[in-house]
Design a protein around this ligand. Structure first.
Ligand SMILES: Cc1cc2nc3c(=O)[nH]c(=O)nc-3n(C[C@H](O)[C@H](O)[C@H](O)COP(=O)(O)OP(=O)(O)OC[C@H]3O[C@@H](n4cnc5c(N)ncnc54)[C@H](O)[C@@H]3O)c2cc1C
Length: 469
């Protein structure tokens, strides 16, 4: 049984006579530990119908470039293979995701979708619910505690949300039961119509990485941001990474996770972003590992509190991706210091090309631009320094979010908005007042030198860059 709090009816239309139940996949791009998928199978079995899955791939997906699409397609390929093994038909169509869902769902008895938290994802679901001629149900699978169950407002800080989440963990930290489809998809039957508007992709289940990337030639994408070699998309890769992390680094997470010279964190954020792995599955695997509670709790704090605080932020803050969405105290104190003299000013281009006087910062920017990832501790330093090197905080906010979302594989996520907003005091407290930052937390290179082996970090990044040259 899927917890009722995960299930949201999006319209008042009835389940009607139709040939199948459609799961319109968007956020939760996986064939396992996916409440939306299992709900669709359960409903289809009740109606004695087969299940079909559609994914709509669009050129203009909220700033996604070639790097993001290549990783996502790799993941979808494996998801489709896994769905086929379960007797579930899955197709990829080129078109606006909401239009693809509507067109494919024309003959469906019921449309099920997963929940996305960002503005465009919410708009797409509302459009499908409004225009579909059948019932549309959304099932929430990419957080452990459903966002509206945890809280009914934007939380001030982690410590205000934490006790609310803790209260629900026993109820929601439960495995997802895998349901066998009662009716396999009939051979040769198409999944919905394929009008001129929607090109159906050739079957991608057995395509090589090169063929997948070739498919994207049809797309109007920013190709300057190349795919990365350090991350391969897909649920199996994510599981492998999780296993390696639990066996290797999790026991030391409380000591090493703040050390950017080590690869001591899970590296799971890109997989979480694309829904290729379930946070619930990660949490249960970590909980049942034989690791001591200190490192385990530290990790679960990141995965289950910080991550769900970010979800809370974007869900309850309409302008989550704008400067206006910051706390009033932070905007006030930063405003008071806008006239403070800056030692240096850098343009967006100089920042993007790592052309600052700060070699630690440049290494972090190189890591981001070339590998699509950056250690969490360096993400904080990276953001704070740009605040110091720009004319206005409004300009910094925009530049940071642009770079974050352009280069990180895990960018364009609720965590991206919360992470960038944190640089400006969101989810943080006021500190001692100083130049430029006012009461917003400050970071400097001396702190890095004191707290970690920053020379080893820059050497690690240099080595990685040489390896991909
Ligand atoms: C300026 C700035 C920008 C950021 N941009 C992003 C982004 O674009 N995408 C993104 O996913 N995260 C972002 N973060 C949050 C965090 O740095 C990354 O999630 C983390 O470093 C990813 O590495 P990991 O998977 O190895 O994390 P681990 O340490 O292994 O943690 C496991 C998971 O917990 C979650 N998590 C960890 N730290 C945080 C945090 N501080 N806030 C929220 N969730 C967290 C992530 O989902 C992560 O995958 C940003 C933080 C800052 C300060």
């Amino acid at each position: 049984m899927i917890h009722a709090a995960r299930i949201h009816g999006l319209n008042d239309k009835p389940i009607r006579k139709g040939g199948f139940v459609l799961y319109w996949m968007e956020q939760s791009q996986r064939a396992e530990w996916n409440h939306a998928l299992e709900y669709a199978v359960e409903q289809a079995n009740g109606l004695k119908l087969p299940v079909g899955v559609v994914f709509g791939l669009t050129d203009n997906y909220s700033g996604a470039n070639l790097r993001h699409h290549a990783f996502m397609l790799e993941g979808l390929q494996k998801t489709f293979q896994a769905l086929e093994k379960r007797g579930i038909k899955a197709v990829l169509k080129h078109g606006h995701p909401a239009d693809v869902a509507l067109e494919t769902g024309r003959d469906a008895a019921l449309i099920v979708c997963d929940r996305g938290y960002l503005r465009h994802q919410r708009e797409w679901r509302a459009r499908v619910a409004g225009k579909a001629t059948c019932k549309v149900v959304e099932v929430e699978s990419d957080v452990v505690v459903p966002v509206e169950t945890a809280s009914d407002h934007a939380e001030y800080m982690a410590h205000t949300l934490r006790p609310k989440l803790h209260r629900y963990w026993a109820e929601f930290l439960r495995p997802v039961r895998r349901i066998t489809p009662g009716r396999p998809w009939p051979d040769r039957r198409r999944l919905g119509t394929v009008g001129k508007k929607f090109m159906e992709f050739p079957d991608i289940r057995n395509s090589s990485r090169a063929v997948l990337q070739n498919l994207l030639k049809e797309f109007k994408l920013d190709r300057s941001v190349r795919p990365v070699c350090g991350f391969t998309g897909g649920t199996a890769e994510a599981r492998k990474r999780l296993r390696r992390f639990i066996m290797g680094n999790l026991p030391f997470y409380d000591k090493n996770s703040g050390q950017p010279q080590e690869d001591g964190t899970s590296g799971l954020s890109p997989y979480l972003h694309f829904g290729q792995i379930s946070p619930l599955f990660i949490a249960l695997e970590v909980q049942r590992s034989g690791v001591l509670s200190e490192p385990k709790d530290r990790f679960l704090e990141q995965l289950l509190v910080r991550r769900e605080l970010a979800t809370n932020f974007v869900w309850f803050t309409p302008d989550y991706d704008q400067y206006s969405g910051l706390p009033a105290w932070a905007k006030q104190t930063l405003k008071k210091h806008t006239k403070d003299r800056r030692e240096v000013l850098y343009t967006l281009e100089e920042l993007e090309q790592s052309k600052t006087h700060d070699s630690y910062w440049n290494a972090a920017m190189d890591e981001m631009r070339v590998t699509g990832f950056m250690h969490g501790h360096m993400r904080m330093y990276w953001g704070k320094k740009v605040l110091e090197w720009s004319r206005t905080p409004e300009e910094v906010f925009c530049n940071l979010l642009t770079l974050n979302n352009k280069y990180f594989l895990d960018g364009r996520d609720p965590n991206s908005c919360a992470g960038v907003a944190w640089v400006f005091g969101k989810h943080d407290q006021a500190w001692k007042e100083r130049k430029i930052f006012g009461k917003v937390r400050y970071m400097n290179a001396d702190g890095l030198k004191r707290k970690c082996n920053i020379a080893a970090y820059t050497a690690k990044v240099r080595k990685r860059l040489e390896a991909v040259k």
